[in-house]
Design a protein around this ligand. Sequence first.
Ligand code: BG6
Length: 520
Amino acid sequence: METRVRGKVSLPSEAPSYSVPDACTVVIFGASGDLTARKLIPALYALGAQGLLPRYFSIVGVARRDLGQDGFRREMRKAVEQFSRLGPIRSEVWDPLAEAIHYLAASFDDPEGYVKLRDLLARIDQTVGTSGDRLFYLATPPTAYAGIGRLLGEAGLASPGGEGWTRIIIEKPFGRDLESARGLNRQVLEVFREDQVYRIDHYLGKETVQNILAFRFGNSIFEPLWDRRYVDHVQITVAEDLGVAGRGGYYDSSGALRDMVQNHLLQLLSLVAMEPPASFEAEAIRDEKVKLLHAIRPTPRQTVAERTFRGQYTKGIVGERTVVGYREEAGVRPESTTETYVALKLTIENWRWAGVPFYLRTGKALPKRITEVTIQFREPPLLLFEHGAHAGHQGPDDLEPNRLSLRIQPDEGIALRIGLKPPGERISLVPVLMDFSYREGFGGESPEAYERLLLDCMRGDSTLFIRGDEVEAAWVPVTSILEGWQGLDVKALESYPAGTWGPQSAEAFIRRDGRQWARF
Ligand code: BG6
């Protein structure tokens, strides 16, 4: 039996809002792609709707297709109609934004295109008054990143001099393993300074992810418990109900470990486990995250089979939808052994966390979409009270330890499970839940991650972006697993019907340690 206690929050009437960036141009490479339509243009539209775009502002879409400026504007309008979180498009927001949109048809590897881009940007600076401040967004396939960086440099667009700033946002995946990530860093940093490079992980733009640090370091009651003396283990779950959703080609060469763990799950882990930073400045926070990532023990080859678990979905039903098996998805090889589910046990070798396992799992085509960090505390040293079965409420194994759940999405919130005495003569314990819901407490809807990240980049705040050494540090434990997998039989990959919580053995994976996955 769990009881819910919900909180309402009264915010100060003048809730602090974001500051508006200075005049600039956003250049999107890969403008005809999915990310631009689903995320980037709707995010820029939402910033416009909130009055957060600079007064002098323009967007240049660059892609190979010969769409023409009007064609591109029309497509982007459709994208906003389809994907904006703000409901029906408002012409007083869209019209000025559409006016600011330009399009350049060019191939990413053709130097001529960059000369045209330079001329176009110079013209825009003069006519719109954007004063040379530029943000290049690489929303292209990753194989194009290094080449675009080099050609921007050769065209004199990487550091045009004068007063203006130039920044570059690079999408994930940043490399395929440690070596390729190092190589990409080297190539990018031959052209740009580190402080110009914004490596994106959109999880950092989510409000609830930012709240992890606020929660930990803005309250005095949790941090003293936040270590090996009181924490039994930590779980991080990122479950998705969708399959590969039309991205079979990319996904099949990537898999869940590269696609989700190297970035999103390890970012969540580093925020949950890092030491307090000296300040809330970008470098101080990123220094601590890097230290934590370095403390994750790479998985030795001989233990990879026992510390990791892989699955792949077959045909099944998720909610009311029938989902085809992974190997039947467009773009996926029929004999593919790419994992769509992965579970890992990681350990962190530092004083705070020695001996505390961190269990990570993520998968596609699971029963629901949920991202949660669960901190499970140790049991009391001595049980003085009846619980569960004796108290008549639970089964014999159901003494439930204290558990703190940070619900990242979609029902954002924080819940603490504690044991309380129900009314009655006897002293016994039942678990109850103190549960804070963002929606109920703060009202409204959180902004999309890309809104916050685009805004931060335009303002020059890199706190929520990944530094070069950080992306490499995150590849270290992941690469050790990838290497270990190479030596394993592919039979190590088990299948699970879409719509289930992964293969049966995923339960055994954690139960071996006497623990259980959180249930949702
Ligand atoms: C992306 C992955 O980075 O994150 C996708 O490439 C995944 O495979 C997505 O679906 C999940 O993001 P979100 O914000 O929906 O949890």
